[in-house]
Design a protein around this ligand. Structure first.
Ligand code: H2B
Length: 108
């Protein structure tokens, strides 16, 4: 299954840094995400109606992220969730981040 931990872990292809073309295609497909050059990361800020909605979303993402063995850096205050995605294992963006963005967007 796409996003399954066993498929992601140990597949070196997932850890190759995205080239500029792949990164551009990703940002075009998901215009709500922006590239953070200092971290070589993708960022998105979300606002929910209240804390329960924000934390519920974070909980759903956390469960999927752990299954994918790919964990977001994030920050939450009340109804705001800031998400930063990057792949520590390659110091930049990889296919793991693409899979994570797709998983998060499917949950919204
Ligand atoms: N999450 C993120 N965002 N990047 C990684 O490189 C990463 C991770 N590596 N979660 C995983 C865990 C790795 O440390 C474990 C050992 O598989």
């Amino acid at each position: 299954m796409a996003g399954d931990k066993d498929m992601l872990a140990g597949d070196d292809g997932m850890l190759t840094k995205l080239d500029a073309a792949a990164r551009g295609a990703l940002l075009e497909k998901f215009p709500n995400w922006e590239f953070e050059p200092n971290r070589e990361a993708l960022k998105r800020t979300l606002k929910f109606s209240d804390f329960a909605e924000a934390f519920g979303f974070m909980t759903r993402v956390a469960i999927v992220a752990d299954k994918m063995d790919h964990h977001p850096e994030w920050f939450n205050v009340y109804n705001r969730v800031e998400i930063l995605l990057t792949t520590h294992d390659c110091d930049g963006l990889s296919e793991r981040d693409v899979a994570m963005v797709e998983a998060i967007e499917a949950m919204l």
